[in-house]
Design a protein around this ligand. Structure first.
Ligand code: PBG
Length: 329
């Protein structure tokens, strides 16, 4: 009797395994999120996201130097303002933290791709993603039209600062069209739009809300973010954003929505971006810290998760794991 190996032939050695690998992660497909705040020399650890920091602009530039070296082409910026107010005014102020950060990156690293989150929850005192309208009965809603007016100002402020892509994440209806129309009118035709098109009302944003101090002070986001049970609705949102002029579309979170990614990819002719969110990062890091998952560097669990997101169909991945994983590819 000969030993019977049929499928294992292609798994025999590292070289064969590498040759037949179907899904490959590449540094050039990652986008790294950064949290920026006012001040100097600040590098404040985010407790629920080990290895991630709130950075002042100077420290952010150092971080960008490091990731640029690793071959990561893009960053996604989130701002922590000096002051919050009901209308989130620092989001669209010329000297707002994001505008300052964009200008300084473009000056030092002109070819780093700068994407800016465009939302108000970090900037509003109530923590919602737009302008609050209260009814006489005490209930409230986020006013879509009034929020779009602020979106317009913010997109313009980010474009004037030199952003490459604005990334609206507030899930307001008509947001992509509003931004595209404004940018074109003001001749920022080269500025692109990465739309958070299918963004779910997820439990996995918890650590981000610590990091960006953006938890809603009352209520929840379920009247604008999507129900995790729905996939047709994701397709509808994505198609609408493409029709309105989005250059790339996003599914967020990634891990609990791999089926959404897989279902949507064949319907698209633009890059599909997946956001491996804060809670997904925190789960891996927490289990590693406890010794419940293997605490090697690069993290085997993170590598597996990111490979799964790519295998499901994501073209680009936004991930806090990016530098750690990319430096070992
Ligand atoms: C802002 C925004 C959120 C995230 C990205 N942009 C939080 C939210 O909607 O509450 C979450 C990112 C993450 O969890 O890593 N609207």
């Amino acid at each position: 009797m000969y030993p019977l190996t049929r499928y294992r032939r292609l798994r025999q050695t590292p070289i064969i395994r590498k040759m037949v690998q179907e899904t490959r992660l590449s540094a050039s497909n990652f986008i790294f999120p950064l949290f920026v705040k006012h001040g100097k020399g600040l590098r404040q650890p985010i407790l629920s996201m080990p290895g991630q920091y709130q950075l002042s602009v100077d420290e952010m530039l150092r971080e960008i130097q490091r990731i640029k070296h690793l071959g990561i082409p893009a960053v996604l910026l989130f701002g922590i303002p000096k002051k919050k107010d009901p209308l989130g005014q620092e989001a669209y102020a010329r000297k707002g933290i994001i505008q300052v950060a964009i200008r300084s990156i473009k000056k030092r690293f002109p070819d780093m791709i700068v994407m800016a989150d465009l939302c108000f929850c970090e900037y509003t005192s109530h923590g919602h993603c737009g302008v609050i309208k209260r009814s006489r009965h005490g209930s409230f809603d986020v006013d879509n039209d009034r929020t779009l007016q602020l979106v317009r100002k913010t997109a313009l402020a980010q474009a004037e600062a030199g952003v490459d892509f604005v990334a609206p994440s507030g899930m307001m209806d008509g947001v992509v069209k509003t931004i595209r129309t404004e940018l074109d009118k003001k001749r920022f035709t080269k500025v692109g739009i990465l739309s958070y098109a299918a963004k779910y009302a997820s439990a996995f944003y918890g650590p981000f809300r610590d990091a960006a101090q953006s938890a809603p002070q009352f209520g929840h986001r379920r009247s604008y973010q999507m129900d995790p049970a729905n996939i047709q609705e994701a397709i509808k949102e994505i198609m609408a954003d493409l029709a309105e002029g989005a250059d790339m579309v996003m599914v967020k979170p990634a891990l609990a929505y791999l089926d959404v990614i897989a279902r949507i990819r064949p319907k698209l002719t633009v890059p599909l971006v997946a956001y491996n969110v804060s809670g997904e990062y925190a789960m891996v890091k927490a289990a590693e810290e406890k010794g419940w998952l293997d605490k090697k560097i690069p993290s085997p669990a993170a590598l597996e998760v990111l490979t799964a997101i790519k295998r499901a169909g994501a073209d680009l991945i936004i991930s806090y794991h990016a530098p750690e994983i990319v430096s070992h590819l």
